[in-house]
Design a protein around this ligand. Structure first.
Ligand code: GRG
Length: 289
């Protein structure tokens, strides 16, 4: 059985090679390909494509060119969301993945267009790799108004709205839509593509829901832990810009407790499954506990 570390070591370079080669190979205008590749090839963790591949591996399925194409399609869609999230009209960030954000490097219109180009290309790769209407439906639902875009809208809409600062139900929903839906879709597409039996599929989806919920609060905790290490104090940029999230609602200690609880639940979800590679994703969270 493959461990998470083995899977990561084997597939991260394959994902990176595929992304770079196909982005330039399938785009007629090499300048827009360069703008897209600037963000795609900036050293992301490839978490969502690896989740897709780890699920297939845990289901005992082979991984070849088609599976890699689907996995990379997910990464294109994720990268589009990061480029747009960083824009002045949204989070207005200057740096992402250790380099200038797309709009800082290329200009705002160029960054919008690079994101606009990555979204349909990602959907095309998933459709080409899977030849499945069901996968196309899962991914488009996950990133549309009932998923990631819906969550981003709630986030923007609730910024500086103190009335929701302690509304746990609202904050859970917003974070789930913004971050969890695409993570769940990455696993769900693999269970459909890999033809998991329904009892098995349910366990994998339960895992993905707990893992995906945990990922957003982990991401916020990383900021705090890193700023504590750097500046010796607990600060969080979201507090400064009026954002509402689990961390601003509960504080560091309770958020950590939530994360510990979610990890336990995710481990329990896969009881009885040989899913070592998937369970290994939970080790990521140790960094902030
Ligand atoms: C603009 C439609 C639209 C949506 C944006 C993904 C997102 C929604 C916003 C990004 C802001 C953010 C921190 C969201 C939480 C999701 C998240 C943790 C993104 C970062 O993903 P990682 O950690 O990053 O996988 P890398 O760079 O490793 O891919």
């Amino acid at each position: 059985m493959t461990t998470f570390k083995e899977l990561q070591a084997k597939y991260t370079p394959l994902i990176n090679d595929f992304l770079e080669k196909q982005l330039y190979g399938e785009t007629n205008d090499q300048k827009i390909a360069e703008i897209m590749a600037y963000s795609v090839m900036a050293g992301g963790k490839r978490l969502r494509p690896l989740l897709f591949l780890a699920t297939l591996d845990s289901l005992g399925r082979e991984i070849g060119e088609s599976e890699l194409r689907i996995a990379c399609g997910i990464e294109l869609i994720h990268t589009y969301s990061l480029i747009h999230d960083d824009l002045p009209a949204m989070d207005n960030d200057d740096y992402r993945r250790g380099r200038l954000t797309s709009h800082k490097k290329w200009g705002e219109a160029e960054a919008i267009l690079a994101g606009d180009a990555l979204l349909p290309l990602g959907i095309k790769w998933i459709a080409q790799g899977s030849r499945s209407y069901e996968l196309a439906e899962i991914i488009t639902e996950a990133v549309g108004p009932n998923g990631m875009v819906g969550g981003q809208y709630l986030d923007i809409d609730s910024t500086n709205n103190a009335a929701v600062a302690n509304d746990a139900e609202f904050i859970n929903r917003m974070e789930w839509l913004k971050t969890g839906c695409l993570i769940l879709a990455s696993v769900e597409m693999a269970t459909v593509y890999g033809q998991a039996p329904s009892g098995v599929k349910e366990k994998y989806l339960a895992f993905a829901k707990h893992f995906g919920r945990a990922y957003q609060i982990y991401d916020d905790l990383v900021d705090v832990v890193e700023s504590q290490e750097e500046a010796g104090k607990a600060t969080h940029k979201d507090q400064e810009v009026g954002k509402n999230n689990t961390l601003t609602m509960l504080g560091v200690d309770e958020t950590r407790n939530d994360l510990r609880h979610l990890i336990k639940q995710a481990q329990g979800d896969l009881t009885g499954e040989s899913a070592e590679a998937l369970l290994g994703f939970l080790d990521l969270y140790q960094k902030v506990l």
